[in-house]
Ligand binder design. Structure first.
Ligand code: 3HC
Ligand code: NAI
Length: 645
């Protein structure tokens, strides 16, 4: 069957794209659509066209598998034919109209959308820019500032915002297709879109826009190219701007950054697939228990509340329970400020939270997530108590950063129901969920982890048990090596600068100061007795902790925060130089390239070891963990991708 069909009813042609799962514009779809366009032109009985899609969504864009290998017919040519059609076309939008999908809708003469629809040009997230007229048509429909935000940030807008901005003509009230037909009759025969001027471009300070964007994009090229294309749209004729956009698109589509970003797109979707493929019935997530309401427990509770679950949060005493509730409330307030929920959503979420000190309050929960202090004896005690009170069907999870999930499972009578669910701070924001599969973890526990990731809209990556699982193990390895570089002559600010110019949002020393140096210190102390005597060990971080420099929370860590911002501290430099001397290292200069090469080499070696030991399911999963959990620049594709580069 053809992916695009057409049937004519009372002079209106219904052109329907049907190419599951998301109606992407693959070569067969484009060929079939081009054929439909030609048939419309030839059939004088047709007075107008409603373009719609079968399935759950309008066109989600070009087929990402085909980017960089352009195959005829070209999308811009088809869109030019639609725009120049002798009859009006109306796009009937449901689900998402993204990338080439929105460009297709913009080539039509009118647009109607379901109120739940979303529209966007997310191409920059794939390292490209709209390549079928998006940068030229969008600013003729919506004000240039809106076009700049939509195209350079790549974030979709909802139907109401699209209506207000002028991107769609009307929102459907009851029946999208019949209302689309009505719109066809009402469409004024206006000036063709490309002959209209761009909207409100005079007030744009292009240099300032570029400066801000350069800083924000941290080395990603596509947003800057997209801005330049919009500047073309404002300063060249539509025809010239379309040609310039196409050149930029074709150049970016074969760039290393676009290849890397496409790799990440598919790697994120493949992550956790083994959890989805399980036959086991996942636990019900309508009521979830959380033990410990500190940084992580409160964040996990907020994530669950925002997803609609009821949460029973158990703390050690009344005062801690009250603090936990306040923490949750404050986080919900911040979410409301960011527009994630409104005031009534905030109140309803808080209503779904119950705090308790008694484990008996948890018995209606099918899943309990423990997030108490990182202390094995305490966690063992918690798991033994949980095992005693929870029904055998309930799943028990730990949010431990490093500890042995098998040892915890061993404290229970049903180790198959125990697993690690390693969230990242802030837990209600960060996308990554490391699912730690113990040697006895059963399919129901794993299926529950998969269901939880979907429920919370997180990306699950499966790891097996080892010290630090995938992410913290790799971070520990390169953090150690960074300390060796400090001993050898580098300084924290140089390592941070090198990482930031590579594209990390923050260097490793600023990150450590932010999260606090004490957890890793406690972990090093716990391991001191078993550390081989001949293993190289740098004492710099220990010295800082001993001096009470635990990071931002104490006002001092690798940097001094007395002015709020990280400031280089001569005391830290002196400690580093003393440690170099003690370790008999001759200090030397490091270039940024050398620093990054060393960091990448260590990440890749540790990643390979993790693969060889069967800790991760794939190299792609390691990339996903480092990008979504540890700030590795997305447009570089991840440490393992770079070994293939
Ligand atoms: N091309 C090819 N495959 C695509 C695709 C696309 N544009 N969009 C989604 N898919 C695939 C996914 O890989 C996934 O496959 P899988 O089941 O084998 O893993 C399947 O469709 C379903 O996708 P999701 O799991 O992401 O489904 P969701 O329902 O969560 O999300 C979506 C749907 C919002 C459409 C999301 O898939 C998405 O954001 N897609 C990408 C949209 C995009 O970036 N479009 C721009 C493409 S570039 C372009 O158009 C260039 C143009 O300017 C010329
Ligand atoms: P935290 O110190 O902020 O909170 C721990 C909470 O547990 C406190 O509120 C405390 O009152 C409570 N608690 C202690 N004993 C308890 C008991 N017996 N019963 C009930 N509650 C009890 O610690 P944080 O940072 O939230 O860490 C919790 C866990 O999450 C640790 O295992 C940690 O390794 C892990 N983790 C931490 C991350 C972080 O960035 N902070 C990231 C990912 C995991």
């Amino acid at each position: 069957m053809q992916p695009v069909t057409m049937h004519v009813r009372e002079g209106i042609a219904h052109v329907v794209i049907d190419s599951p799962p998301v109606n992407a514009l693959s070569q067969p779809v484009r060929a079939s659509l081009a054929d439909a366009v030609a048939r419309v032109e030839q059939d004088s009985q047709i007075a107008g066209v409603v373009l719609s899609c079968a399935g759950r969504t309008f066109v989600a864009g070009a087929d990402i598998n085909e980017l960089g290998a352009p195959l005829t017919p070209y999308l811009p040519d088809i869109l030019a034919d639609i725009a120049a059609s002798r009859v009006p076309w109306v796009a009937a939008i449901k689900g998402t109209a993204l990338g080439g999908g929105l460009e297709l809708a913009m080539a039509c003469h009118g647009r109607i959308a379901e109120p739940s629809a979303k529209m966007g040009l997310p191409e920059v997230s794939l390292g490209i820019l709209p390549g079928a007229g998006g940068t030229v048509r969008l600013p003729r429909l919506v004000p240039m500032t809106t076009a700049i935000t939509m195209i350079t940030a790549g974030k979709p807008i909802d139907a109401k915002a699209a209506l207000d901005a002028g991107l769609v003509d009307i929102l459907a009230e009851t029946d999208l297709l019949s209302e689309a037909e009505a719109l066809l009759h009402d469409l004024p025969m206006g000036i063709p879109l490309l002959e209209r001027p761009v909207r409100d471009a005079d007030a744009i300070d292009w240099d300032a826009e570029q400066k801000t964007l350069r800083k924000k994009s941290q080395g990603a090229q596509a947003p800057l190219e997209a801005l330049a294309a919009l500047h073309d749209a404002a300063s060249l004729s539509a025809e010239q701007a379309l040609a310039a956009e196409r050149d930029r698109f074709l150049r970016l589509a074969v760039s290393d950054q676009s290849r890397a970003l496409r790799h990440v797109f598919f790697a994120e979707r493949a992550a956790g697939r083994s959890l989805r493929d399980l036959q086991a019935e996942p636990a019900d997530l309508s009521c979830v228990g959380v033990i410990g309401g500190g940084t992580m427990g409160a964040g996990i509770a907020v994530a669950l509340l925002l997803a609609g679950s009821q949460v029973i949060l158990v703390e050690r005493d009344e005062a801690s329970a009250a603090k936990a509730r306040t923490r949750v409330d404050e986080t919900l307030t911040a979410s409301a400020k960011r527009g994630v929920i409104d005031a009534s959503g905030h109140a309803a979420a808080l209503d779904r939270l119950k705090t308790a000190q008694d484990y008996g309050a948890l018995t209606d929960c099918q899943l309990v997530i423990e997030a108490v202090f990182e202390d094995m004896a305490l966690k063992r005690e918690v798991f033994a108590r949980l095992d005693a009170v929870m029904p055998a069907s309930a799943i028990l999870a730990t949010n431990t950063s490093y500890l042995d999930v098998d040892a915890l499972a061993g404290t229970t009578a049903h180790p198959d129901r125990v697993l690690g669910l390693h969230f990242f701070a802030p837990a209600h924001v960060m996308k990554l969920l490391e699912v730690v599969r113990g040697s006895a973890t059963g399919p129901r526990a794993l299926a529950t982890a998969g269901a939880l990731a979907r429920h919370l809209r997180k990306i699950a990556v499966v790891a097996c048990v080892c010290d630090g699982f995938i992410g913290n193990r790799i971070m520990n390895a390169y953090r150690n090596d960074c300390e060796f570089m400090l001993e050898e002559g580098a300084l924290p600010q140089q390592i941070d600068a090198a990482m930031e110019s590579f594209g990390f949002a923050m260097g490793i020393y600023k990150v450590q100061d932010l999260s606090g140096l004490d957890i890793a210190w406690a972990q090093r102390k716990a391991r001191a007795a078993t550390r081989p005597a001949d293993e190289r060990y740098a004492h710099i971080a220990d010295r800082l902790c001993e001096a009470g420099r635990l990071g931002r929370k104490t006002g001092r860590g690798f940097y001094d925060y007395s002015d709020g911002k990280p400031k280089v501290d001569p005391e830290v430099t002196a400690i580093i130089e003393e440690e170099s001397a003690k370790a008999a290292r001759t200090r030397r200069d490091f270039t940024e390239r050398e620093i990054i090469d060393r960091i990448l080499t260590v990440m890749q070696a540790e990643g390979q070891a993790i693969l060889d030991e069967g800790i991760a399911e794939s190299a792609d999963d390691i990339d996903v963990v480092m990008i979504t959990g540890y700030g590795f620049p997305r447009h570089k594709g991840g440490p393992m991708w770079l070994t293939r580069g």
